[in-house]
Structures are given as structure tokens and as C-alpha cells.
Design a protein around this ligand. Structure first.
Ligand SMILES: *Cc1c(COP(=O)(O)O)cnc(C)c1O
Length: 464
């Protein structure tokens, strides 16, 4: 008979995994366990528990990358130990971030590109939006203070279709939001409606390149023209910020002639999500400014270790390097032609899906074929079931297709949205369509007691 101690040691090395105590006895979930467990057991426990999550490939709700090439996955794993903020210890990582900023600034037609490009990597568009919003507020305040005018009532003009981060920005940084209401038939900002809300205290007008609700591009060139005219008439200097979280890596390739970026004089800053159509795993984003004057000096921090002047503008300190490295890999691996091929391919699939939805008797297409690669549909006519019922039923096959209501004023409309991302083939789109047909057939034959309705909660919804 072995002592209990020795028996434990034997167990740990030779016992079958699912014969071990760790797998048979409960483990504490909400306090630190008293003793260690085998790494293999810890891996298996957590790995298995996570299989209760949805399958990322079938998650049609997200804009965020779920597939990358094996080579870059290897590279990103290799760079896990590097803290991005340690630019002195990892100067080449810092150099690679600068190159990404230059490449993206150039892609967005910034006049100060190359080594002069003004921008930074962020954790995602959310951090980028907080930074850009803060810079807009400080620029406005400095202009007002220099002219001896009051600086206590900043506001920002944006569509009611903005992503939730803008609601956070105005609350965290104390700026009055002025929302442009949607109207029947208009699910993006209206130019005249936006201009009517602008005054001398407006820090910026936001234009969205790729609304999260419908994927539509807001009329940024028209906003620019109207704003230039207003600024010329009033002497104000109200700029545009473009929220290109999703569209920033689509438009330059799929719609190169669309002027939405620094080609427009009023556009002073742009955010984009590297982890959306930039094709990197979460989380990486980019904030880019038109030129140095758009980035107030008092927001920049200079560290001077080892004689190197490191300038930072961020909300957090430490973060991983892997995402920045992943972005650089994609940029040099794909080039303009690679990104164009991928975006054209995704748009091909989404246009095909929307053509099929249009041809069916069930759906009306709300999204545009000339915008992001996604399809948003509403149900045609009176139905005994809702988009929410369809969404729930599709979950039985593993598909995650979100149902939600459009923004306030058009929130009587419920929609389903399918985002086409890299890694989703035509073959999978056909599988999705077949399951959608089967779902509708099922709901027609077995309607719920009443169609499921979920009201729109401005502060609560999660569209992406
Ligand atoms: C996704 C998204 C955001 C937030 O971006 P993250 O990269 O997820 O932080 C902001 N605005 C729009 C339009 C978006 O689509």
C-alpha cells in the first residue's frame, strides 16, 4: 500500500486524465483553490468549458476577425511576452507600430504621411474615439480661450445611429451630445439636420463610415461641403471626425474613388479598428490625425529614458504587442491588391446574399450593396413571428444572427444582420441560406403564441 502522498504523485503522472480527482471532484469556482492541479487538467477543464460559447465561425453578429493565417498566428504567439509600452526594450516593435501608422495615414490620404504621420495604435476604435474626441475638445477649448470666449459648454453633433462608445465618450469627457434623429427611410445622419445643430460650441461633427446598424456609409463629402460653407459664413472652425471603425479597411480597397477621408478638408481625425476589416484578432485600433496641429501638445507625454524621446497618447499603459505585429503582417503580406481581393470577395458574397433575400417573398433588404459587406433585412408584411424568433431558431443550428431594432425614430423596424468576414466562404453562405429557409418554413407551420418583441433601449443595445 502506497502512502497517500506517493499515491497522489503516481496519480498525477500516470492516471488517465478523466480518472483523476480534478476531473471527478468539483473545483471551487469563486475562490482560489487551495492546491495546484496538473497543467493538462487545467487546460482540458477550461478548454471544455469554453466549448459552451458560440462558434466564432458561425457568429454572423460580429465585425471582429475570427480567422487569421497560421503564419501570423505563430508570429503573434511569439510576441506574447512583449509589453508594447516598453519601447526602449523593444525598439523594433515600436518602429513597426510607426510604420503601421504611416501606412494607414497614407491609405487615408493624410497630408502628413511617411515619417511625419500623426497617429497611434490603440486597443480598438473605442480607445481611438476617446483619444480623438479628447483632442477635438481640447482644440476647441484652446481656440475659444485664445479668443477670450467661454469654454464651458462643448457639444458634439452625431447621428442617433452612433455606436455605444460615443455615448461613453460624451459622458466620460463631459461633452453635450446632439443627436441627429433618424427619419422614415433615412437610417444615417441627415446633412441639413446635422448642420442645424452646429454652433460655436461644437467640437466636431461625426461622420460614420459604415453604420453598425445597416453598414451604410454616411454622406461625409456632403457634410464636408456644408460645413465648409457654414464655417466660411460664421468664422467657426468646426471639424469632422470620421468613425471608420468598420469602413476604414473596406473603402480604400473596394471604393477607392469615394472621398471620405483626409481628401476632405474638414476631416481632421479618423479612427479605425484593425480587428475588424483590418483582419487582425482583437484588440487593435488606430487613431490618425490630419497633421500635428490637430494633436494638442498638452495631451502628449514625453518619456525620455535612455535618451530616446518616446511620445505617447493613450488611456492605458501596458498592452500586448501581438496585435500590432499582426496588423503589420497583414499590411505587408496582403498589400493593396490582397486587401482589395479579400474585400471584393466579401462584397461578392454579401451582394449575392442580399440579391437572394430581395428575390424571396419574405425579406426587404435595408442595407446597401455599395457599403460594408453585410446584409440587413426586415420581414415583409404582417407575420406571426418576428426577426427575434428567426434569430432564436437559427441558434438551434449554431448560427448566431442578431435581431435588433433600428435606432430611435425608426425603432418600429426590427432587422436581422449578417456580417460577412474573412474566413466565411460562399459555401457557408449557402448553408446559412438553406437553414434560414428551413427556419421560415418551420415558423410558418408552427408560429409562436405571439411574435417576440424586444424594445430598443438606447443605453442597453449591443449591435456589435
Ligand atoms: C465597432 C465600432 C466601434 C467600436 O470599435 P471597437 O474597435 O470595437 O472598440 C465604434 N464605432 C463603430 C461605427 C463601430 O462599428
Amino acid at each position: 500500500m502506497l502512502s497517500e502522498h506517493v499515491q497522489d504523485a503516481v496519480d498525477a503522472t500516470v492516471a488517465p486524465l478523466f480518472g483523476s480527482r480534478t476531473m471527478i471532484e468539483p473545483i471551487p469556482r469563486f475562490r482560489l483553490p487551495d492546491v495546484e492541479m496538473e497543467p493538462q487538467a487545467a487546460y482540458q477543464l477550461i478548454h471544455d468549458e469554453l466549448s459552451l460559447d458560440g462558434n466564432p465561425l458561425l457568429n454572423m453578429a460580429s465585425f471582429v476577425t475570427t480567422w487569421m493565417e497560421p503564419e501570423v498566428t505563430k508570429l503573434m504567439t511569439e510576441t506574447l511576452p512583449k509589453n508594447f509600452i516598453d519601447a526602449d526594450e523593444y525598439p523594433q516593435t515600436a518602429e513597426i507600430e510607426r510604420r503601421c501608422v504611416s501606412i494607414i495615414a497614407d491609405l487615408f490620404h493624410a497630408p502628413s504621411s511617411g515619417e511625419q504621420a500623426m497617429g497611434t495604435s490603440t486597443v480598438g476604435s473605442s480607445e481611438a474615439i476617446h483619444l480623438c474626441g479628447l483632442a477635438l475638445k481640447v482644440n476647441w477649448r484652446n481656440r475659444r480661450a485664445a479668443a477670450g470666449q467661454p469654454t464651458d459648454r462643448p457639444n458634439i453633433v452625431m447621428g442617433a445611429n452612433v455606436q455605444v462608445v460615443w455615448e461613453k465618450f460624451v459622458r466620460y469627457f463631459d461633452v453635450e451630445p446632439r443627436y441627429v434623429d433618424m427619419a422614415p427611410g433615412r437610417t444615417v445622419i441627415g446633412v441639413d439636420e446635422a448642420i442645424a445643430l452646429v454652433d460655436e460650441n461644437t467640437i466636431a461633427v461625426v461622420g460614420i463610415l459604415g453604420s453598425t446598424y445597416t453598414g451604410e456609409f454616411e454622406p461625409i463629402a456632403e457634410l464636408d461641403t456644408a460645413l465648409q460653407e457654414l464655417n466660411a459664413r460664421t468664422g467657426w472652425q468646426v471639424p469632422i471626425h470620421v468613425d471608420a471603425a468598420s469602413g476604414g479597411f473596406v473603402a480604400p480597397f473596394a471604393y477607392p474613388d469615394l472621398a471620405w477621408d483626409f481628401r476632405l478638408p474638414s476631416v481632421r481625425s479618423i479612427n479605425t479598428s484593425g480587428h475588424k476589416f483590418g483582419l487582425v484578432y482583437p484588440g487593435v485600433g488606430w487613431a490618425v490625425w490630419r497633421d500635428q496641429a490637430d494633436l494638442p501638445e498638452e495631451l502628449l507625454f514625453h518619456d525620455n529614458y535612455l535618451g530616446n524621446d518616446q511620445i505617447t497618447f493613450d488611456l492605458n499603459f501596458s498592452k500586448g504587442s501581438s496585435q500590432v505585429i499582426g496588423q503589420y503582417y497583414n499590411l505587408i503580406r496582403l498589400g493593396r491588391d490582397g486587401y482589395r481581393r479579400i474585400m471584393d470577395g466579401l462584397l461578392d458574397i454579401s451582394r449575392d446574399l442580399s440579391a437572394k433575400a430581395r428575390a424571396s417573398e419574405h425579406f426587404e433588404v435595408v442595407s446597401s450593396d455599395q457599403a460594408l459587406p453585410l446584409v440587413t433585412v426586415r420581414l415583409k408584411g404582417e407575420r406571426a413571428y418576428s426577426c427575434h424568433d428567426i434569430s432564436e431558431h437559427l441558434r438551434l443550428r449554431g448560427w448566431i444572427v442578431p435581431a435588433y431594432t433600428l435606432p430611435p425614430k425608426v425603432d418600429d423596424v426590427s432587422v436581422l444582420r449578417v456580417v460577412i468576414r474573412e474566413g466565411f466562404s460562399r459555401d457557408m453562405a449557402d448553408n446559412l441560406l438553406a437553414d434560414l429557409d428551413a427556419t421560415i418554413e418551420h415558423l410558418e407551420a408552427n408560429p409562436p403564441a405571439a411574435p417576440t418583441v424586444k424594445p430598443h433601449h438606447r443605453q442597453r443595445h449591443r449591435v456589435c
